[in-house]
Design a protein around this ligand. Structure first.
Ligand code: PLP
Length: 369
């Protein structure tokens, strides 16, 4: 058995959309704490989720989340299993109990998935969809949306992970609660939580490993769900039990906690946003400067986190990917539904990763363009 710890030199630049790159410091801390977590003589995975030691993680993670995002006191913070996808059903099952109408904004792959799931539970109306302007994807201004003033909520996906489209603004739906899927952009920049009724995000993009999902829900939306809704899918029950209805994914929870502490050490979300803007700008500027590469999104709506691009000739895709891989640039293939390339550059992707990618892209054009 080889027990030599992996060196940082062995690590590659991982551009995967999720599960995604984690901060090296966090992985090293987890490695160090693996066998004996805080003097317990056990790993975090081996301790009871009801123990004081684990409850300290629960409290710290929730406090750090509240501090980093500025979550007001009339919002509950939940850590639930099931991923972003389970929220596609949990949201309608809980929020459509009294009024079956909800409005959805369709901006790409994940909002389409959320719509398809919600249609099982209520009267789902599509208020707006992305439009191509001069062959570039844009999000129509809210003035053109067809919102129903009597809807139970409006759902949108703040950052479309596959399409690389993001909202440069937050929809204003008046009294109708706004529900946001922030799976791939949570903690990438400051947000004003008071603009939302409910925010959810699967952890494995920008927050930790797979297996746990953050839900931030305003108190007035914690109500009785549709009849037959299982306890495990009832926000009310999770709030009462403080996310400990059953054995939660304890290790993922611990890892999210370490990532939030890393974010605090980095200076918080204003600082991380500045770094994210700098990384994304470098990559988009390079793509725009080189006719061989193309990003399909209008500049105002480009994602800071997920950068899809195509090569001038799809016949070169495989060669691009294998040469990138030889340089330690991994997981650059676009989602199977749209092809091309995609570089996911979450919080934990260092600037050096983006710079190495750009160098490789420039070299590739010189040789193959
Ligand atoms: C990845 C993703 C999901 C699905 O997440 P799972 O945790 O795999 O269920 C949903 N929404 C968005 C925006 C995503 O990026």
């Amino acid at each position: 058995m080889n027990t030599t710890p992996a060196t940082t030199q062995e690590r590659i630049f991982n551009f995967s959309a999720g599960p995604a790159v984690l901060p090296l410091e966090v992985l090293q801390q987890a490695q160090q704490e693996m066998l004996n977590w805080q003097g317990t003589g056990m790993s975090v995975m081996e301790i009871s989720h009801r123990s004081d030691a684990f409850l300290a993680i629960v409290k710290q993670t929730s406090d750090d989340c509240r501090e980093l995002l500025g979550v007001p006191s009339n919002y509950q913070i939940l850590f639930l299993p099931g991923g972003g996808t389970l929220q596609f059903s949990m949201v309608p099952m809980n929020l459509l109990a009294k009024n079956p109408q909800a409005d959805y904004v369709q901006t790409g792959f994940w909002s389409q998935k959320a719509i398809a799931e919600a249609q099982r539970y209520g009267d789902i109306h599509i208020a707006s969809t992305t439009k191509k302007v001069l062959d570039l994807a844009t999000i129509p201004d809210q003035s053109s949306w067809q919102l129903r003033s009597n809807a139970a909520y409006v759902h949108y996906v703040h950052n479309e992970t596959i399409d690389g489209i993001t909202f440069p603004w937050v929809p204003d739906c008046g009294k109708v609660p706004l529900v946001a899927d922030m799976s791939s952009c949570i903690f990438s920049a400051p947000i004003d939580v008071s603009q939302f009724g409910l925010i959810y995000a699967g952890a494995q993009k920008n927050m930790g490993p797979a297996g746990i999902t953050l839900v931030i829900i305003r108190d007035d939306l914690v109500t009785t769900p549709m009849p037959m809704t299982p306890t495990m899918l009832t926000y009310q029950d999770h709030v009462k039990a403080q996310s400990l209805l059953n054995t939660p994914p304890t290790y993922s929870w611990y890892m999210v906690g370490l990532v939030l502490q890393w974010l605090k050490r980095k200076g918080g979300l204003v600082d991380i946003q500045r770094d994210n803007v700098a990384k994304a700008k470098k990559l988009y500027d390079y793509i725009d400067s080189e006719a061989f590469y193309r990003n399909p999104v209008a500049p105002a709506y480009r994602s800071l986190m997920n950068v899809p691009f195509t090569l001038a000739h799809t016949s070169l895709d495989e060669c691009f990917l294998s040469e990138a891989s030889m340089r330690g640039l991994e997981n650059l293939a676009g989602h199977r539904s749209i092809g091309g390339m995609r570089a996911s550059i979450y919080n934990a992707m260092p600037l050096a990763g983006v710079e190495t990618l750009i160098e490789f892209m420039a070299d590739f054009v010189k040789r193959k363009g």
